[in-house]
Write a protein that binds this ligand. Structure first.
Ligand SMILES: *Cc1c(COP(=O)(O)O)cnc(C)c1O
Length: 395
């Protein structure tokens, strides 16, 4: 074999059959709308499973984040501390409300927001009231440290658990640590509705507001009465049927992803690289994506412009660009690490707070790291082949 016949994806939807049953039920009962049994079911089941009082099903995780920013009361010109190395959906909703993201650098232990950098940020901007923190690739952030700092400064947390549904920190599910929290059912997430997301909170008032805003902010009146700006953000009952069918398989998906992660880790243990890390005593990630970080001394020269990457091969050395090219050449899908927000053209003028001003951790991980094929339908044989392709890059 020198190439997969069927592409091995980074992370693609894994259906089981029940999804179709609940979608068909919605069709047969004509609940082809943004109300219905599937929505009620998943709101109830997921709020119980995660351990929050309320769950509001929405059309995307991004919509849920937007409503979190409204609930947090972000106004035009407000500074908001945000994770830096993450998908831009974590921070764009801050800007929807006119807020200004201030990016907090990353730490090496979990690749999430660095509590020490957050503390520095509060020294510079003591009046910030909202911190948006993401759990990258399914690994929880250092939540106790972050929470302590936020409490000290009277700031609330919005937890973006879009990638970490099912992961735990000190035995507690992610998606519960913020005042307002988000999970996503996008097609590539640990379970999917094809799209969709959810806002999680313990506050009835917040959940009621989110429900109202997501359905065009109708007032309780015999006609369409509006006192506030509304949105069309509610989840479809058909999509909720897919989520409902996927929900019993969350544990199975996590177990499969963990096996993939451990297999890579074992295979690469003698190479000059490491896997995306977590703190074993505190965290049980959902292992959504397996990633690798090449040791500094094993990096060949690599140059990236805004849209292109080049490298110069050296014996015994490699770089993410080479590995990604080699993975693609066998019809498998890898991906660079999320390019940090402070390096993005759209956010380049925003403040960026690092713990050590001589070290840009996010930029470093972006340069040396990559996401590996992590699809839970990948067979051990397929993974072994990908591993052999990667090993060759280090020769
Ligand atoms: C996927 C994702 C989102 C957005 O979720 P959608 O459902 O795709 O809108 C937000 N934040 C992070 C970190 C994500 O990975």
């Amino acid at each position: 074999m020198n190439k997969f016949e069927n592409k091995v994806y980074l992370s693609s939807p894994t259906m089981h059959g029940e999804e179709l049953k609940y979608m068909t039920e919605a069709f047969d009962k004509n609940w082809m709308s943004t109300v219905g049994e599937n929505i009620n079911y998943i709101e109830n089941a997921i709020s119980k499973r995660v351990g929050v009082n309320y769950a509001v099903a929405l059309s995307a995780g991004t919509c849920a984040l937007h409503l979190c920013m409204k609930l947090a009361g972000i106004k035009r010109g407000d500074l908001v501390f945000c994770s830096d190395m993450t998908f831009d959906a974590t921070v764009n909703p801050v800007v929807y409300e006119g807020g200004i993201p201030v990016f907090i650098d990353t730490e090496y232990d979990t690749w999430n927001m660095d509590p020490a950098a957050l503390e520095k940020a509060f020294e510079i901007y003591p009046n910030v009231k909202t911190v948006v923190v993401a759990n990258l690739y399914g690994t929880p952030c250092k939540m106790d440290e972050i929470k302590k700092i936020c409490d000290k400064h009277n700031a609330i947390i919005v937890e973006d658990a879009a990638e970490s549904f099912g992961a735990t920190y000190k035995g507690i599910q992610t998606g519960t640590f913020g005042k307002y929290n988000v999970i996503s059912f996008n097609g590539n997430k640990i379970i999917t509705g094809s799209s969709g997301g959810m806002l999680l909170t313990d506050s009835k008032e917040a959940a009621d507001k989110a429900r109202k805003w997501s359905t065009q902010a109708r007032e309780n009146a015999p006609w369409y009465q509006h006192k506030e700006i509304g949105y069309n953000y509610r989840m479809s009952n058909v999509i909720a049927g897919v989520v409902r069918g996927q929900l019993p398989y969350l544990e199975e998906h996590i177990a499969q992803k963990k096996v993939i992660y451990e297999r890579y880790k074992e295979a690469f243990k003698d190479l000059p690289c490491s896997m995306n890390p977590y703190i074993e005593s505190d965290m049980q990630p959902n292992f959504w994506l397996s990633c690798m970080l090449i040791d500094k001394n094993a990096m060949c020269k690599q140059v990236r412009s805004e849209s292109e990457a080049r490298y110069i091969k050296e014996k015994g050395k490699t770089c993410p660009t080479e590995i990604l090219e080699k993975i693609a050449s066998v019809n498998a899908e890898g991906r660079p690490i999320w390019k940090p927000m402070h390096m993005q053209p759209i956010y380049r003028n925003n403040s960026f707070i690092a713990n050590d001003k001589n070290v840009d951790v996010g930029m470093d991980i972006f340069e040396r790291g990559l996401c590996l094929p992590s699809d839970n339908k990948m067979t051990p044989e397929q993974q072994d082949f990908i591993i052999s392709v990667i090993k060759e890059c280090f020769e």
